[in-house]
Structures are given as C-alpha cells and as structure tokens.
Write a protein that binds this ligand. Structure first.
Ligand SMILES: Cc1ncc(COP(=O)(O)O)c(C=O)c1O
Length: 359
C-alpha cells in the first residue's frame, strides 16, 4: 500500500528524488564515497551547490540583483538574522497572521521597533487582514509577511506588495516554489527547506544585493548575510547533504515543467480537497474562503474526540500525520508539491467513509 504522509514538515519529498538519493547514497558519481563523506571543497560537491543555486535561479526567475544563499539554523534563525542585518534600530512593519510571524516580530524587537501593522490574532488567525486595514509606518525599514501560514492554514493569494521604497520581506517556508512569485517585488525571501525543498536545518535565503550594505559592523560573522554571499555559502562547512537534496528536488521541479506547471497541479489539488470539504457539514474549515492555503488544509470534525479518532483511523488506510498543530488541535492535511493527486483522492475517500461511520 502506498503511504501518503500529510506531515507539515519535515514533509514528503518526491519519491523519484528519494530513489536517486538512495541509489547514490554510498557511491556518489563513482567516487567510491557517499556525498555525506565528501569534502565540501572537493571536485564532487562544488558542482552540486552550483547546480542547486542555478536551479533555484532558473525556477524562480531570479536576476543578478539578488544573491541566493544557504544558511543553517532553519527558518527560525532568519527571524533573528533579518532584523540583525536590516533593522539597525529602525521600525519594521509586521502583518501578524500566525504563530510564525508572531515569533519573527518578537525577535525583531531585540533590534529595533516591530510595529504590528495588522493582526488576526484575536480571531485565532482565521483570516489575513485586508491590506486596506494595515497601519503601515512611513518609510519603514521593511515590511514583513508570512506568505503561507502553516499552522493556521491561510495564504496570501495573490501576494501583497510593500509601499514604494520599502523592502518586502517574506517567510515562504511553507509555500516556496509552490506558485509563481515575482522575486523583484521582494527585498528578501527565505524558506526553511523541510516542506517543499528538502531536509530540515537549512534555509534558502534570496536577498536583494543593495540590502547587504545595511549590516552593521557589530553583527557576528556567521550571522551576517554578506558572509554567505561573499563566500558562496561556504565560509564554513555548509550542510552538504541538505544542499545535495535541494539540488535533486529542484532538478525534479524542472523536469515537471517548472513552477507554473507545479502551481497548476497545486491549485487542482487544493480545489478538489476544499471542494469536498464544502460539500459536507461534517467537516468544517475555520479559515476565510479567500485566504485558504493551498499547502496546509486545516479542518475539524464535530468534536475533539472525533478529530483524534479521525487521525488514528486514517493509519490503516496508509494516511499519516493528519493531526493539527499542537497549538490549535483539529486536523491538517499538508499537501506540498510532492503530494500527488492520488494522495488527495485517497484522503477524500477516507473522509467520506469516516463521515459515513461516525456522522
Ligand atoms: C512558515 C514557517 N516559518 C518558520 C518555521 C520554522 O522553521 P524551522 O523549524 O526551520 O526554524 C516554520 C516551521 O514549520 C514555518 O512553517
């Protein structure tokens, strides 16, 4: 039986990619060693990191005005690195749409003023506040958004723009490369890799080069973006295996026809699942219809007990990791790029049966 893992992250990766990694694990390109065992400065790894960056640039249409780097410490490290490098005692505007933007604002307060320009916290992050309600600071150092809210299950569709002259900073951890993005609208984009791109621990950072000049002298070496951009992300030993997996995953995205083709499939997957959710009163999704995430579909059965039973009874059907985030409870199906339509079909079949038996 095929197992469909709906984990929010680390999450399912394309099976084809996992098989390549398995085949090469002990002997990478006839080197006699696995990629885990090879020097990051040697002739085998250099083309891998170059390919990862070239793939990302091609897939996302990134111009030479931007640097692409790989930083350890996950997405959470970026919550601190961004204000450390870009804030310098100034004010940044945060659109607070979930736990992750809230955590990012908390870190920013250590380095300047974090203005919560809008928040949906009081209604349990069930929507994204409309841009007309945002109370933005004139000439803010930057404006910060979480493009997809992994826990709450909401997503900016379309993505917003920042006022002219204000860099837009986006945490795209849970929807990076799931849809076409105009990188030129952003000052900085970052994403923890463990949802759509590869293993946990590494963050992809795309930064407009002029912003590199903002960093003060007192920022420690490993926390300065310029350390990464000036050294090809190899000032110290980079997370080689994670970067290798990122190269394989992005090779695969190219073979799928690129991000526009992948986005089409993601829209179809999400429409099918929400379409089913809307067709029954048994399951309810708390998120405002216009803000529903295409990546993390959050829903509830009529009771907490049935939510728990739903998650447990799914296992014999090969459907795993359907539990909602520990902060919000309920159920959540994370359907990133690597989840095929067959996984959505299997989930809907199970949901119908569960309703029939428990409704
Ligand atoms: C949107 C978002 N930002 C940040 C994080 C934190 O990522 P990490 O665990 O890599 O620090 C997560 C993790 O799930 C996330 O979903």
């Amino acid at each position: 039986m095929e197992i469909y893992n709906f984990s929010a992250g680390p999450a399912r990766l394309p099976k084809e990619v996992m098989k390549i990694a398995q085949a090469e694990f002990c002997n990478f390109q006839e080197s006699g060693s696995g990629i885990l065992e090879l020097s990051h400065r040697g002739k085998f790894f250099s083309p891998v990191i170059e390919r990862a960056e070239a793939n990302i640039r091609e897939l996302m249409g990134i111009s030479d005005d931007y640097a692409v780097c790989f930083v350890q410490g996950g997405a959470s490290m970026q919550f601190a690195m961004i204000p450390m490098n870009l804030l310098n005692g100034g004010t940044a505007d945060f659109i607070d749409t979930g736990v992750w933007s809230n955590k990012a604002a908390k870190e920013a307060k250590l380095f300047g003023t974090a203005n919560i320009a809008a928040s949906s916290r009081e209604s349990k992050y069930d929507h994204i506040p409309a841009a007309s309600e945002w109370k933005l600071t004139p000439n803010a150092s930057y404006m910060y958004i979480t493009s997809n809210n992994t826990v709450a299950g909401s997503e900016y569709i379309p993505l917003p723009k920042a006022p002219a002259g204000v860099p837009l900073v986006a945490d795209m951890s849970s929807d990076i490369m799931s849809r076409v993005v105009n990188v030129n609208d952003f000052g900085l984009i970052f994403a923890g890799a463990q949802k759509n791109l590869g293993p946990s621990g590494v963050a992809l950072v795309i930064i407009r080069k002029d912003l590199l000049e903002r960093t003060g002298e007192n920022v420690p070496t490993m926390l300065k973006y310029s350390t990464y951009t000036e050294n090809g992300s190899m000032f110290n030993t980079p997370p080689t295996f994670a970067i290798y997996m990122l190269a394989l995953v992005t090779d695969y995205f190219k073979q799928q026809g690129g991000i526009a083709a992948i986005e089409k499939v993601n829209i179809a997957k999400a429409e099918k699942l929400y379409g089913y959710l809307d067709s029954t009163d048994f399951y309810k999704t708390p998120v405002a219809k216009e803000n529903r995430s295409r990546m993390n579909v959050v829903f509830r059965t009529p009771s907490d007990e049935l939510d728990a039973k739903f998650v447990k009874d799914a296992l014999p059907h090969g459907l795993t990791d359907l539990k909602g985030h520990r902060l919000v409870g309920g159920c959540r199906a994370s359907i990133y790029n690597a989840m095929p339509m067959a996984g959505i079909d299997a989930l809907i079949e199970y949901m119908k049966e569960f309703e029939r038996l428990n409704g």
